[in-house]
Design a binder for this molecule. Structure first.
Ligand code: CP
Length: 310
């Protein structure tokens, strides 16, 4: 007799739009009724296997499992795991499958989470693989937009900064193409333009996008501004990073040109690209976004473990 197949999350498109709606409804219920879920994962363990630094993703996963009454184990850097002795991701996940019920994995190599999922006996969640995908950040971004704007359709979103290496941007664009009337404005220096495979995909789907260098020229027409940092860790040389790192800095004077209800999002961490004076602006939603990340990861853990709470 065959059991239920193990379900993983590698890419935001692994869930249909209807499944995402259910996930976001669940996250909304968790936000409103946290006590209802306090024991939902009693006796379950989450492994966080992070081969790359993280604050939000790892800790929000751990907070999510603890909020559900489960427990957490794991490592936060490759050097404190047996990867430093040459162990493969495939072997590591087979072993973790003996210790935990579900695993969130971040790895600097594109595709590492896919390799893990192919060998795993438990659900694997891609918590970021190189410059490729960061699906749980995308779920966080979508939940934030849905909660604060009321819908995932009919808006203009400006994505600004490092659109070449920023995996959160690649994941989010992919996910938003499934909703109606989402218009994209890509704001980046020439060297950090969104990759061709993404613009090719948009053209093939007949989705409109614009590429510009100046944030000031377009900020007044945006409903959402998604800022990103320049990804130092993915640059080949420090000189290029230093030249580009402060290309965009969102300041009060730039925000004066934006609409009164434009939402400012940022996956964080921030370096210099949003001036701290903006934090007090009611349009700044990036810390709320981090909070939504806990609700959506709680909903995701329940969904992948097949646990429902009445
Ligand atoms: N947004 C995000 O992935 O943050 P961390 O790198 O701190 O996990």
């Amino acid at each position: 007799m065959q059991g239920n197949p193990i379900r993983h999350l590698m890419n935001p498109l692994d869930f249909t739009v209807e499944e995402l709606d259910r996930l976001f409804d669940l996250a909304g219920d968790i936000e409103k009724n946290p006590d209802k879920y306090r024991k939902a994962c009693e006796g379950k363990k989450l492994a966080t296997c992070f081969y790359e630094p993280s604050t939000r993703t790892r800790l929000s996963f751990e907070a999510a499992m603890i909020n559900l009454g489960g427990e957490v184990l794991g490592f936060s850097e490759a050097s404190s795991s047996s990867a430093s002795k040459g162990e493969s991701v495939s072997d590591t996940i087979r072993v973790i499958s003996c210790y935990a019920d579900i695993c969130a994995m971040r790895h600097p190599k594109e595709g590492a989470a896919y390799v893990a999922a192919s060998k795993s006996l438990i659900p694997v969640i891609n918590a970021g693989d190189g410059g490729h995908q960061h699906p749980t950040q995308t779920l966080t971004d979508l939940l934030t937009i849905r909660s604060l704007k009321g819908s995932l359709s009919n808006f203009t979103i400006g994505l600004c900064g490092d659109l070449k290496f920023g995996r959160t941007v690649h994941s989010l664009i992919n996910a938003l193409t499934r909703y109606d009337n989402v218009r994209f404005v890509f704001i980046s220096p020439e060297e950090l333009r969104v990759p061709d495979y993404i613009t090719d995909m948009l053209r093939n789907k007949g989705i409109a996008y614009e590429e510009v260098i100046s944030l000031e020229d377009v900020i007044d027409k945006l409903d959402i501004l998604y800022m990103t940092r320049v990804q130092r860790e993915r640059f080949f040389n420090e000189e290029d990073y230093v030249r580009l790192k402060d290309f965009y800095i969102l300041t009060k004077s730039k925000m004066d040109k934006a609409s009164s209800d434009m939402l400012i999002l940022h996956p964080l961490p921030r370096v210099n690209e949003i001036s701290v004076e903006i934090d007090e602006d009611p349009r700044a939603a990036y810390f709320k976004q981090a909070q939504y990340g806990v609700y959506v990861r709680m909903a995701l853990i329940l969904t992948l473990l097949g646990i429902s709470v009445d």
